[in-house]
Design a protein around this ligand. Sequence first.
Ligand code: SAM
Length: 275
Amino acid sequence: MEDLEYNYIKRKLLTLTGIDLNCYKAPQMQRRLKAYLMRSGYPNWPKFFRTIQADPVKLSKFKDYLTINVSSFFRDPEKYNYLKSVVLPDLLRCRSTLRIWSAGCSRGQEAYSIAMLLAKVSGPRHQYRILATDIDRSALEWARAGGPYSADDVVNVSGNLRLNYFNAHNNQYWIKEELRRKISFNQHNLLADPISGKFDLIICRNVVIYFQPEAKQELYHRFYNALKPGGILFVGGTEIIPKATDMGFETASISFYRRKEARNSHFKPSRPRVH
Ligand SMILES: C[S@@+](CC[C@H](N)C(=O)[O-])C[C@H]1O[C@@H](n2cnc3c(N)ncnc32)[C@H](O)[C@@H]1O
């Protein structure tokens, strides 16, 4: 794709959706964009943008496509086992209230998975609040409604958990009200919006894979600041934080980083911070 064409698409997208493609890896995005235009049958980008500008449903579909919201409950079961048997009990041992953030939560599967685990491992003296955010409004509406989720979405959910937390109907699954009440779903752009509050656990998985390395590093730095000392950042199976130790993290286990009490004094963020 020519630079001129890509710059035009980036400008239009930023105005229409608030998504800044400069923060996403160009080759992957360009491939996806080309495939989408071809599939939707428009002769060129100006015609495509004129149409979606006048059609909120088409605009929202395009945004969904770009932000790629594939997810499932307990995606990566061994990691969720580790979360249940080690990370959450450790956190609950020394804290009576936990604040948890599922960042890039898609349709809520990740946040609901955490809520199910917490219901199991927390005791009567514990309290927890779960914030779940995503850039994609329609994914959030889905999450707030608690479904419907497909049989594929719930394939890693045990029979007991399905029985306790889902209503099943025609091979579709809906989260029960009692679990929905545990989570606040809010729109938030990880590349642009400020982060408020301090968290004991931040889960950000399979979100940054398409971000530019600088944007990724900047975000990890902001996650560090948003964690309480001893707090945990849970990342995706293929994700590694470069220079994590310099940033002030220690590895708790594969995919789990713990915020140390104090950051190494020689650490400098890769570029000036926006927030
Ligand atoms: C592949 S899904 C991952 C969902 C879940 N974390 C998981 O691992 O199953 C990626 C999610 O990141 C969201 N996302 C992409 N860019 C984002 C941004 N800049 N800010 C917040 N969310 C973003 C997408 O809308 C999508 O729902």
